[in-house]
Structure formats: C-alpha cells, structure tokens
Design a protein around this ligand. Sequence first.
Ligand SMILES: Cc1cc2nc3c(=O)[nH]c(=O)nc-3n(C[C@H](O)[C@H](O)[C@H](O)COP(=O)(O)OP(=O)(O)OC[C@H]3O[C@@H](n4cnc5c(N)ncnc54)[C@H](O)[C@@H]3O)c2cc1C
Length: 426
Amino acid sequence: MRELTVPEDIRDLVKGIHEGLLQFVEQEVVPLEERDKEILSDERKLFDERGYLVTRAQEARQHIRKRSAQAGYYAMYAPEAVGGGGVPPRAMVLIQEGYYRNIGPGRLYAGWAKGFLTVPIVSSFVDGPSYMFNYAPEEVRREFLPQLLAGEKTICFALSEPDAGSDVWGIRTRAYRDGDEWVITGTKQWITNAPYADYAVVFAVTDEEMAAKHQGGITAFFVDTSSPGFQRQAVLRIMGHLGSDCGIISLDQVRVPHSRVMGEVNQGFQIAMLGISEGRISIAASCVGLAEYALDRALSYAQERKTFGVPIAEHQAVQFMLADMAIDIFTSKYACLQTAALVELATKGQGRLPVKEISIAKAYCVEACQRVFDAAIQVHGGIGLTDDVPLNEGWRIARTLRIPDGTSEIQRRTIARQMLRGDTAF
Ligand SMILES: Cc1cc2nc3c(=O)[nH]c(=O)nc-3n(C[C@H](O)[C@H](O)[C@H](O)COP(=O)(O)OP(=O)(O)OC[C@H]3O[C@@H](n4cnc5c(N)ncnc54)[C@H](O)[C@@H]3O)c2cc1C
C-alpha cells in the first residue's frame, strides 16, 4: 500500500535505512548467529547459573553495537545535537515497523529468540544515546557520550524500585549534597541492561517536600557503575526464560560529582518522562511490525494447511481471525504515525506533547499485538504452540510489553486524566 500520510522525503529516508538495516543483519548478525549456533539454541548454555549472559554472548552483542555504530544505525534515533542521527519520529515508526515485520520476534533460532543480536543494533533510552542526553552536562558529553555513541559502552535507566513502579513519585532512593558531590543510596529494580551497563542514569529524591507535592524534588544523576557502593544484585528471569536483560541494582552511599547531574537539580522527573515517552512510541511501533510478522505467517499457513478437503483459509471462522488481525494492525499503525507526527510538531515548538495520544498508541498497539499473536497461534493449531514457529515468543514479548514504560492501566489513567483536563481532541 502506498503510504499517503507521510511526505516523500521521510518515505525515501525510511526506504534507505530499512534496506541498509536488513543488509546489516545479513552481513553482521547472521554470521555471528551461525558461529554461536550452539549457545543461541540452548538457554542453558546462553545464560550462566545466575541468569547472566555468558561472556561470549556479551561480546557478540558488543560487537554488533560497535559495527552498527560504524554503519550509522546504532544512535540513529538520538538527536543530532548529541551526535545522533536525528531520524524523526514518523520515520522511526516506519523503520521499526518494517524491521520487525521482516525479522519477527526471533531470527534463526525459534526456540530462543528475543532478538538476541537484532535488538542491540539500535540504541534506546534504556541502553544508549537518546533524547535524554539533551540534558547531559558538559562533562558527560565530553567524557562519556563518545563511547556511548560508538556502541563501546552502555547505560541503563534506573527509575523503578521494588516499592515504586507505576507510582514514580514514591521512589525511596535518596541523594544528599556533600560539597561538590552527591551521595546516593537506594535500590532499583526491573532495570533493563542493569546487569551489563557501564553507566546508569539514576533517579533519586533530592528534595522531600517538593517530591511529596509532586512538584519536582527528583534529580537525575549520571553514575559510573564501577563506583564504590554500586552493586548489581540479581538478574530477573522473565516469562519462562532462564535469564533476561533486566536486573536489580543497589547503591550504598555512592558518590557522584555535581558535574554529572543531568539537567537541573530537582527537575529529573521531566527527564524520566521524556525517556519513557520515547520508549512508549518505540514499543508501539515495534508492536506494529511484530503483529504484521504474525499475520504474514498466519496468511501463508492458512493457505497451505488443509482440513475437511480445503485450505483452512476457506473456513469463515479462520477468515474472521485473519480479518480481525488486519483491523488491529491498520488501527495500530495509524495511531502510531499520527502520534509521531504530533511529537514532531511539539519538538519544533508547534504544539503540545501529545501525552494522551502517546498513551493511546502504547496501550493499543501492545494489546493489539498480543491479540494478533494469539490469533496467529490459533490459526496454526498445535504447531503454533511449538518452538518450530516463533509465535509463542512473539506472544510472550507482547505480553511482557504490557508492563514496562507504563502498564496498560497507567496508560488508561493518563488518557482519562488528560481528557478530564480538557484534552478531548481526536
Ligand atoms: C521487562 C521490563 C523492563 C523494564 N525496564 C525498566 C527500566 O529499564 N527502567 C526502569 O526504571 N523500569 C523498568 N521497568 C519497570 C516498569 O516500568 C514497571 O514494572 C512498571 O512501571 C510497573 O510497575 P510495578 O511493576 O511496580 O507494578 P505496580 O506499580 O505495583 O502495579 C501493579 C498493578 O497495579 C496496577 N496499578 C498501579 N497503580 C495503578 C493505578 N493508579 N490505577 C490503576 N492501576 C494501577 C498496575 O497497572 C499493575 O497492574 C521494566 C519492567 C519490565 C517488566
């Protein structure tokens, strides 16, 4: 279908990047997957007994990040002002869509998927350069950003805690000023890339009164994870896997120079929300591509598989499943594109940040993606449940994505609150 809602310059940009990305996968990822076939196809070899990736796997990921940075893909969504590629949000939506439609939830090894080597190709706010770095102080830009842009080092985004996920204002991590330094103490949980990150953007309460009134009082710090007092506590095993990228970290009197405060003291909440908003659109766009991947598989299987003497695609019940998948995908895609267009206008100062629309896109696309995978599994019958087709992994990914960057309930809370404040335009 011709994409009429996006101008030609964006379409051309997307086409070039999309083709380049797939070529990159063929040239860089496939050979590594072949080389490490043995560990990639067996989680008992991929993770150690604590759930950490084995060294060889960590090195493979770092290699992909560095090669992707050299090829110009790694930091392509980060703003030009911090050294990124400045690819605008609508292009990002179409690139994520095309990429995930093509590679799906897993490439060669259906039993172990999760995009082990395809996810690190592009950085996001939870592991590398992103819009959040617009707030990075001079010292961070000078000393650390170049290694992050080159894919040599990574970060994690440390906001959530054991007792504060949805309720961000409830974080218990505290920081106090001691001369030219800040001293941070607290525990962070569910932190993506925490088991491997070289640096962490840590959010801590620095003014109790402001935080209690939800009027600031949280500060963002750029922390070296090798600092004394910084500890990686555990890897969290998620959705049936033997390990994950998510972990728990603790900070015990970790000292950070004042020159590494991100943005203004007490204004870290906005930085956190900026990162999370970026994450919400990116998750939504990835879900569009993943859902298309599932529909493609279902369409082709429905035309091959015969029951009662005819392809199952001729049974109306199966056709309705395919049609419902299409309805979900079409609606998801244009929710994302319209939201991304509004974000572009907001970043040019021509409108507000579309808070309501970002939440609509995140909630809708993730839930739709899960419905689509569920239907694709159903169309496949028994084979859909096996590791021979990577549909169960897609379902697990979609299920997982209903929690991070704001649960589906928190998106609905945000949508309702925005409407009750008068934002009822659609
Ligand atoms: C795979 C994964 C990766 C993650 N990565 C990161 C990361 O990199 N950095 C980071 O800081 N965090 C990360 N998180 C944390 C994530 O943002 C939180 O898990 C999420 O915000 C939910 O918080 P919680 O788990 O504490 O659940 P809770 O906040 O305890 O919520 C429990 C349930 O109550 C519901 N609920 C809570 N409050 C309300 C309300 N007001 N109205 C209606 N329902 C409500 C929730 O929707 C949920 O169903 C990640 C989580 C996962 C699963």
